[in-house]
Design a protein around this ligand. Sequence first.
Ligand code: AHG
Ligand code: MN
Ligand code: MN
Length: 334
Amino acid sequence: MSELVTIHRHLIEAQAAHPEASGELSSLLGSIALAAKIISRNVNKAGLLNVLGGTGDVNVQGERVMKLDDLANETLKACLRYNGLVAGIATEEDDDIVVLPSGPASGKYVVFYDPLDGSSNIDANIPIGTIWGIYQRTTPAHDGPVTAADFMQPGSALVASGYAIYGSSTMFVYAAGGVVSGFTLDPEYGEFILSHPNIETPDQCKCYSMNERNSEDWGPGPTALLAAVKSTSPRYQGSTARYVGSLVADVHRNLLYGGIFVYPEDRKSKGGKLRLLYEAIPLAYVVEAAGGTASTGRERILDMVPTHIHQRVPLCIGNSAEVELYERHSTEPT
Ligand code: AHG
Ligand code: MN
Ligand code: MN
């Protein structure tokens, strides 16, 4: 019988080292983990539940909304709405923030998420995920409901962030206090059990993840990085291309094996495709806690303050050596 270290027990033991921490984070992560279990169940039975395919709607991103995007979004709201800790939500699938009941039931945290990342892969049974982050609200509770300003904080202010990945197994990975912990869902009793304690990324570029179809539009940073990983340099002799099309899956593999993921700005996505608040920031916090780095090529992701909840950014995330190479070439005078 494994040690049965659940998320709750893991946080209680972590809190022993941080007496100032309250049980609130444990309760909040419990709500997010419950949503991940429900989404995992729906993803794993998608072909039998008539939840494949699109809803026919287009979201604020201008992207086709998949039925599972919607279902995951509503599942997270339902799990967060009544735990008395969350004052507001920002989600990829809603144009504006979602203000939760104000008054004494309202909480001091705001949660933001990409309910289902990698949606284009859903119908092909390719790994997808949920990305989330937690801030403390900055506007005083007596001022009334939260506003978008509560989400306009740098990633360095995160209370915790992480992701769920619905793959060959379902995992819940989160970073708090500079430590990255991975839990695997045992579907027989519906509990996430610690399986990857204290994840640290090896300093080896095993995989490079880029959509080369867009490379003719790339600037000097991605162009130099692509040339480097294909060069005869000893560092890249063991490297290989791996690109899933689900950011969570590419980042998770690179977190464990070592590697670099890049989604630069290009002709289709002038300011980059990926969203700063609910994709780049939460993953940057995890990757940096595991020893890597995340940058736009000009700015460290965790230093950036979003200007609006759906702001897009170019993203280079993974081993520090590759991010630094990307930055050196991105900031060279052209
Ligand atoms: P989402 O499904 O939440 O919109 O995210 C999709 C993102 C990301 O998961 C992935 O890395 C990227 O889109 C793939 O984009 P391309 O298909 O343009 O390569
Ligand atoms: Mn996404
Ligand atoms: Mn999404």
